[in-house]
Write a protein that binds this ligand. Structure first.
Ligand code: MF3
Ligand code: CO
Length: 254
């Protein structure tokens, strides 16, 4: 399996990413106080299937622990991988919705953290900085650059704003598998000298905590939360490395 995709493969990844982008645009209007996260998940699954895709996260994992839903929905201090359920969104919540689609053997993956009603200025700034860090990272994802260029752009901006950059989870290459090489870290690591080359497709996904970067996994085996219980934000795009500006394959309203 080559990390450099053929034109044919890129077209298939592009198609899956387009569905992901459409799902996030569609679900945006349903983010309201009182809605259960499992209702959102049901809408997401129906939309993906109606678009000719399969929800990539459903059944992900091994026999000991398979992810049970079509999306990850993570509220406030939940970082990522929140399992949709009967919990209702409340005014002031921030809610990350992460969606993956498989179609014709290729994947797309993106996430956005939404505001529910009126949120605190503390949360608003966290969302703004995290979203901007994603675009700062994307802008460094160019042919010939190394992954540390992307990581440092994200890390310097977020830590400069006083936030914690999650260490235990990262972005990833994507293609005929949801998670491929390379691991796309959001923090500088001297070993992280992987060179980006035109034709690679990667998912960049900063997970940024208001406080400490430390996280833990809940007893459900999936949901990760901040150790200090402070809120966390998550934005993700799947992108294509080109000759010049990277192409955002999951581009939608953000
Ligand atoms: N966007 C996340 C990731 O790329 C979602 C994975 S959820 C899982 O890792 F259920 F598939 F693990
Ligand atoms: Co991802």
């Amino acid at each position: 399996m080559s990390l450099i995709k053929t034109d044919k493969e890129i077209e298939l990844i592009r198609a899956s990413c387009k569905i992901v982008a459409n799902v996030l645009t569609y679900i945006k209007d349903f983010i309201k106080e009182g809605v259960m996260t499992q209702e959102l998940d049901e809408l997401i699954e129906k939309f993906i299937v109606a678009s000719g895709g399969y929800p990539a996260f459903k059944g992900y994992g091994d026999n000991k622990n398979r992810y049970p839903a079509s999306s990850c929905i993570s509220i406030n201090e939940e970082v990522v991988h929140g399992i949709p359920g009967p919990r209702k969104l409340q005014n002031g919540d921030i809610v990350s919705i992460d969606v993956g689609v498989l179609k014709d053997g290729y994947y797309g993956d993106a996430a956005y953290t939404f505001e529910v009603g009126e949120i605190s200025s503390k949360k608003k700034r966290l969302l703004q900085v995290t979203k901007e860090s994603l675009y700062k990272g994307i802008s460094r994802a160019r042919n010939g650059n190394i992954l540390n260029d992307v990581a440092s752009a994200i890390q310097d901006f977020c830590e400069g704003s006083g936030y914690g950059v999650v260490r235990d989870l990262c972005g990833h290459g994507i293609g005929s598998h949801l998670h491929e090489e390379p691991a796309v870290l959001n923090y500088y690591n001297p070993k992280n000298r992987f060179k980006l080359v035109k034709g690679m497709t990667i998912a960049i996904e900063p997970m940024i905590n208001y406080g400490t970067y430390s996280i833990k996994t809940m007893k459900d085996g999936w949901t990760t939360v901040t150790k200090d219980n402070e809120p966390s934000a998550h934005f993700e795009h799947t992108i294509l490395i080109t000759d010049g500006e990277p192409e955002i394959l999951t581009k939608s309203f953000y």
